[in-house]
Design a protein around this ligand. Structure first.
Ligand code: NAD
Length: 462
């Protein structure tokens, strides 16, 4: 059954109900946590077609893309969490110094309590259920507010989560910013927010009232350095992967999509030709690329192409159809660096290419910029790779591929600086929603009196 604000008289009643479920203690049991993970796996696999339909309605995503980016990655992650849960939840022994003898020290992961998750519309299944699964695995009760901008997916979650999970300890609350604001009036034990930095600031400010810790998964401009690659095959593989990470992932509406490319002047024409010919081979039907979310984002993206200098830098595409909300894959060569397309996150199918004299110049280009979620570089130059890792800062660095880091359970995912903070995925999601409680067990047997007054100097040296 869908929970609507007002069903309990107010959202306050709903939040109180979730806290009551947490206080019952059942969410802490490992069996309960396993049952929730199994429920999620069943939901995602049994309702796969309904998920594909919802994603198609909200974003025009092709089923294969939806399987790759949302269902497939998620099921793999859920199985990984289920398999490792007992290990992750087990207390860890810690070393203690001899002076504390006899003593045992344990670090015990305990759930933080009642968690609020705001998810975003571009990967509306993955960005909702990946954090939800980790929060449940860690033994918390959860309120999830899906983005109102992906309404079919939000309705799917509201209709199905109560059928597969503990409906008292997990609630889906649908609605827009006003519902988000109302939720923020309540006390939470942890908040994870995925979205833009403007709203992230509001969330953080409101969370401060209750000293609630927050994790913010925000956006940025993720650069991609393309080094001069000598073999034809390497160039082709690089271009395949660039297209995959730009146009074949929600039409570039992804936080870790390639935002722009940096490349040596002499290599730019070859790169552009290869991008064009490969796009032609890959995107043989309009339905093979997702559409733009809504008219607002369509106009925002069109706006990024406004202005004489930007328009004249378009070397491929540029056509946009408001009726279908589709924008052609568009490549720009050297738009002005102070234009909006080079200063704002693009989040769509537009790809500026900026040329540099030498590939190494890219590092100086990136250093003064805000720290992005990801930096990508296609290169076979080991020295350059080392310099990128050592001299730049970002949530992650991926060499010779892009976006695939999102699908790995074994590495943390998250931003740094203006791209956010708080990391998750795999064990890191479990940790994000756990408190590491130190438990010391001392014995009353031995007693050293130098710990206590009356003080005299030689007690310092004992
Ligand atoms: P958004 O920030 O507008 O919305 C996110 C959520 O916040 C929604 O649930 C919305 O209802 C809620 N919300 C909006 N205003 C609110 C308010 N005043 N108070 C409380 N809640 C409010 O989403 P958006 O800006 O369209 O998302 C795109 C941004 O998200 C991009 O910058 C993108 O890079 C970023 N993003 C980041 C990640 C990541 O993992 N780092 C993933 C996806 C998207």
């Amino acid at each position: 059954m869908e929970e609507k604000p007002g069903q309990y008289g107010s959202l306050g009643g709903l939040v109180a109900g979730v806290r009551e479920a947490y206080e019952s203690g059942r969410t802490k049991e490992v069996e309960w946590r396993q049952a929730q993970l199994r429920g999620l796996i069943r939901m995602v696999t049994e309702e796969e077609d309904a998920i594909f339909d919802a994603l198609h309605e909200d974003l025009g995503k092709h089923r294969v893309e939806s399987f790759r980016d949302e269902v497939g990655v998620l099921v793999k992650s859920l199985r990984n969490t289920l398999q490792n849960l007992k290990n992750w939840a087990a207390p860890e022994k810690a070393q203690v110094p001899l002076i504390s003898f006899p003593c045992k020290a344990l670090v015990v992961p305990e759930p933080v309590g009642v968690v609020l998750i705001f998810s975003c519309w571009n990967l509306p299944i993955g960005l909702a259920l990946e954090p939800l699964s980790g929060a449940l695995a860690a033994g918390n009760a959860v309120v999830l507010k899906p983005s109102e901008l992906a309404p079919s997916t939000a309705a799917f979650l509201a209709a199905n989560i109560p059928r597969y999970l503990d409906a008292k300890a997990v609630k889906i609350v649908q609605g827009g910013p006003e519902v988000g604001e109302e939720l923020m009036e309540h006390r939470w034990d942890k908040i994870l927010f995925t979205g833009n930095a403007r709203v992230g600031r509001i969330i953080m400010t409101k969370a401060a009232k209750h000293l609630t810790p927050v994790a913010l998964e925000l956006g940025s401009k993720c650069p991609c350095i393309v080094d001069f690659l000598y073999s034809k095959r390497d160039c082709q593989v690089a271009v395949n992967r660039i297209i995959g990470a730009k146009w074949s992932t929600c039409a570039g509406q992804a936080c870790i999509a390639i935002d722009y490319i940096l490349v040596e002047e002499r290599f730019a024409p070859i790169l552009i030709e290869l991008l064009k010919s490969t796009l032609k081979r890959f995107l043989t039907e309009p339905g093979f690329m997702a559409r733009i979310l809504n008219e607002k984002h369509f106009h925002r993206l069109r706006g990024l192409l406004e202005g004489h200098e930007v328009k004249s830098s378009i070397v491929h595409g540029g056509h946009a159809d408001l009726k279908t909300l589709r924008i052609e894959p568009t490549i720009l060569l050297n738009p002005p660096l102070d234009s909006d397309i080079m200063t704002e996150e693009i989040f769509g199918p537009l790809l500026p290419i900026i040329t540099v004299k030498k590939t190494e110049d890219c590092i100086a280009f990136l250093k003064p910029k805000p720290k992005p979620l990801a930096i990508y570089a296609f290169t076979n130059d080991e020295k350059l790779k080392q310099r990128i890792v050592a001299e730049t800062s970002s949530g992650s660095v991926t060499f010779n591929d892009a976006i695939v880091q999102y699908g790995l359970d074994s590495v943390p995912f998250g931003g740094i600086g203006q791209s956010g903070f708080g990391q998750y995925h795999g064990k890191y999601t479990f940790e994000l929603f756990s408190h590491r409680k130190t438990v010391l067990r001392r014995s009353l047997l031995l007693e050293f009196m130098f710990r206590y007054p009356p003080w005299d100097e030689h007690k310092m040296r004992m």
